[in-house]
Design a protein around this ligand. Sequence first.
Ligand SMILES: [Zn+2]
Length: 276
Amino acid sequence: MTTRAPRRRPASQPIPRAVSLAASRGRSPVEIDPDKDLLDELEAKGPKRAMAVFAHPDDAEFSCGGLLALLCKRGWELTLVVTTSGNKGTKDPSVRPQQLAGEREEEQREAQRIMGANEPVFLGFPDGYVRNDDELRGLLVTWVRRLRPELVITWDGFRPGFNHTDHRETGRATYDAIFPAADDHLYHVLDKEEGLEPYRPSAMLLTGTVNPNYHVDIAPVLRTKARAGVAHVSQINGRTFEQTLAQYRERAEASKAAGEPGPYYKESFTKVIFRR
Ligand SMILES: [Zn+2]
C-alpha cells in the first residue's frame, strides 16, 4: 500500500480560524448529487480512493469482485481490509488453522494483485469470532483516517435473515467506525500521534443486500473478476476460470430469459451517501 508522510503543520505557521475548523472536521469537500451516477460523481469531484472492508479472504471477490475490478480499471486506488484471515474455511481435517490462514492471505494478495489494487491489510481476528467492539472499530477508524477513501465498500450488516456472523459484525463495525467515530477527533485520540486527522468518506456501497438501489454493469471486467475469484484456490473445489465465466454467462442468460431489465452482468448494492 501507499504510505504517506504524516500531515503536520509547522508550529510557526498559524492557521486561520476558518481553515482550522475545516481541517478539524476533516471531511472531504465532495458534495454528491444523489440523482447522478455515484461513481461518475465521485470521479468528477474526488481523488478516486476506495477502501473495501470484508470478513474473510474471498468475500470481496465473490461478493463484488466486478465493482472492485472496475474501480481499479477506472484508475482508483483501492485498499482491501480483511478482518480475519479465514482460518476456518476448510473441510479438510488435516489442515491446521495457521497454515490455512497463511494460504488464504496469499490467495487474497494474489486476487488483489490481479485487480490492480494495493496490498491488502489483514486485521487478524479469528475466523468466526469477529465482534463489532471497541477494538475492531478503533482499528477501522485508524485505517479510514490513514487511507482517506471517498468510497467504502462493505457487507450489509443489517440484512435480515441468515448471514455469517463475521459478515454481519464486520459490516456493522465499518458503519459505526465511519459514523460517528472516524470524523470526530475525540474518538480514538491516539491517532493524533500518527498525524492522522478526522475524516468522513463521501459514500458507502453495501453488498449482500436485500433491496439494492445501485447497480454496476460489470461486463467490461468479467474476465478480471473470474481470474481474481479463481485465485482463491482453497475455496473453489477445483473450479476453473472457464467454468466461472460460463457460470456468469448462464446467470446472465437466465435473467434475460426471465425478462429482467439489464445490465445482465451486474452487481447490486445499497448506496449510502453521507451528508456534508
Ligand atoms: Zn465470508
